[in-house]
Ligand binder design. Structure first.
Ligand code: F0G
Length: 452
């Protein structure tokens, strides 16, 4: 108990946040409806004054809260509230007990990547099945404190599922804009279940963002896309929780899938804050992996040195990262530069195989998440990640989000061209239809190696 009191004392002077433009550095207390700088149009981020902090007291307070029954402490986001001074009153917190997700060893995946050991932080184990919950609890709580009645987002699926759930918990109405036919059923179903007004627009994700941006300028609706800097505040707590799970041993590498690029930026922000506050002494390299068909950051870094965004027409079966005009590209470039990380792109077949390999470790993730393992294999081949180094993959969503992808994969119906299908063949386990007799079952069991 004593530790909590001491920690509040130790870090009280972090004080309330301000919003700073990442482009021109302009500071403001309140953001406009689209969370863009009124002077230059760039994105905003929450900044604080960092006082001297007793790292040991902070670490022990955070760990101590894991044993508490208080709702705020049971959240794996608000447990770190000392570094989240984004609310005037913590009574406004809307929580589904997000965060506190497992960190698993994945030995088979490690072997296939050519590493001695590999860890996976499974953000798909959040309440609505993706990492979005960690950011949503933060931003919805701000919306509630500000008195909004409606919230909205454009989404490839997970943001909308998460927003709909948190809005329902908060007693707010929610509006979801999703690209027609391009989101997985598991995600769409959640929005419907949690009572969102769900619109399938005949456009892509980037088109949905354009419509929403106009809408929030006309009506009092709180925007919950990741331009909203409070989403990133919640998502940054992954870094705190991960380091705690690693007993504050900093990994050499963290590998994150990249779509709109808020998550990689948020994790990087969390890491830099830990460093600044003296809780860690070195930085992990943060690597961002994109699908070849949605590789705006890869092209931006390779072709312009990270200076100018090259938008692309996005196309990938990993629908969560099917984004061609990523809002947070500048924030992500800053994190790559600050941590010495890299970007890589992976093919559809590489994603599909990596997903099955993670599955063979007993862990189910969605395609976008598996891009991390596919990318890691390339980083190892290029020598950017060494065999004995410590690596954490961030698995962003649960396998049950997109069961159709998984089913088609095992049926051999996922990838249209035969070369790609031949790459995935060894990992396919289609269901077998038989007569209902033991005689029919036994030969199959023997062929599968039973009794060897
Ligand atoms: N993984 C999953 C499972 C996602 O749902 C997303 C983004 C990402 C990775 C990429 O994260 O955009 O921060 O780089 N999904 C969005 C959505 C955009 O609407 O649910 P990012």
């Amino acid at each position: 108990m004593g530790y909590s009191a001491q920690a509040v004392e130790a870090i009280r002077s972090i004080g309330q946040h301000r919003l700073e433009c990442i482009g021109c550095g302009d500071l403001c207390k309140e953001a406009g409806p689209d969370f863009r700088c009124e002077k230059c149009g760039d994105l905003l981020e929450a900044v604080y004054d960092w006082p001297e902090i007793d790292a040991e007291i902070v670490r022990r307070t955070w760990l101590h809260r894991r044993t508490s029954l208080a709702p705020l402490d049971q959240s794996g986001v608000w447990r770190f509230r000392d570094f989240l001074p984004i609310l005037r009153d913590f009574n406004h917190v809307v929580s589904l007990r997000e965060g506190n997700t497992p960190l698993y060893e994945v030995p088979r995946s490690a072997k296939s990547a050519g590493l001695q050991k590999l860890l996976a932080k499974h953000q798909g184990m959040n309440p609505t099945g993706s990492f979005k919950d960690t950011g949503m609890t933060a931003a919805i709580s701000v919306a509630k404190e500000k008195g909004f009645r409606w919230v909205a987002c454009a989404s490839t699926g997970n943001t909308s599922a998460s927003m709909a759930a948190y809005a329902a918990r908060a007693g707010m109405r929610s509006l979801v804009l999703i690209p027609e036919g391009k989101i997985a059923w598991g995600k769409l179903a959640q929005s419907l279940e949690y009572g969102a007004v769900t619109l399938q627009l005949r456009t892509d994700f980037d088109g949905c963002v354009r419509v929403l941006t106009e809408l929030v300028h006309r009506y009092p609706i709180y925007l919950l896309n990741s331009m909203n800097p409070y989403r990133l505040e919640g998502q940054k707590t992954l870094a705190f929780e991960l380091l705690e799970q690693l007993e504050w041993e900093v990994p050499d590498h963290i590998v994150v899938p990249g779509g709109n690029l808020a998550n990689s930026s948020a994790i990087g922000k969390g890491i830099l804050e830990l460093h600044r506050a003296g809780l860690i002494r070195k930085l992990p390299q943060i690597h961002v992996i994109q699908a070849e068909g949605a590789n705006a950051l890869v092209r931006t870094v390779r072709e312009t040195g990270g200076k100018k965004l090259i938008p692309v027409q996005a196309e990938t079966l990993a629908t969560a990262i099917r984004i061609g005009n990523p809002a947070s590209w500048k924030k992500a470039v800053r994190i790559l530069e600050a941590t010495g990380g890299s970007v890589e792109q992976v093919s559809e077949a590489e994603i599909a195989v990596a997903k099955a390999e993670i599955g063979e470790d007993g862990i189910g993730c969605e395609p976008a998440s598996a891009a991390t393992l596919a990318g890691l294999k390339k980083l190892v081949k290029q020598g950017l990640v060494k065999k004995a180094e410590s690596v954490v993959l961030v698995l962003t969503g649960h396998v049950l989000k997109d069961p159709e992808y998984t089913f088609k994969f095992h049926q051999g119906e996922l990838l249209k061209d035969s070369v790609a299908e031949s790459i995935t063949e060894a990992h396919r386990r289609p269901p077998i239809v038989l007569d209902g007799t033991v005689d029919a079952v036994l030969p199959i069991l023997e062929a599968a190696g039973h009794g060897e």
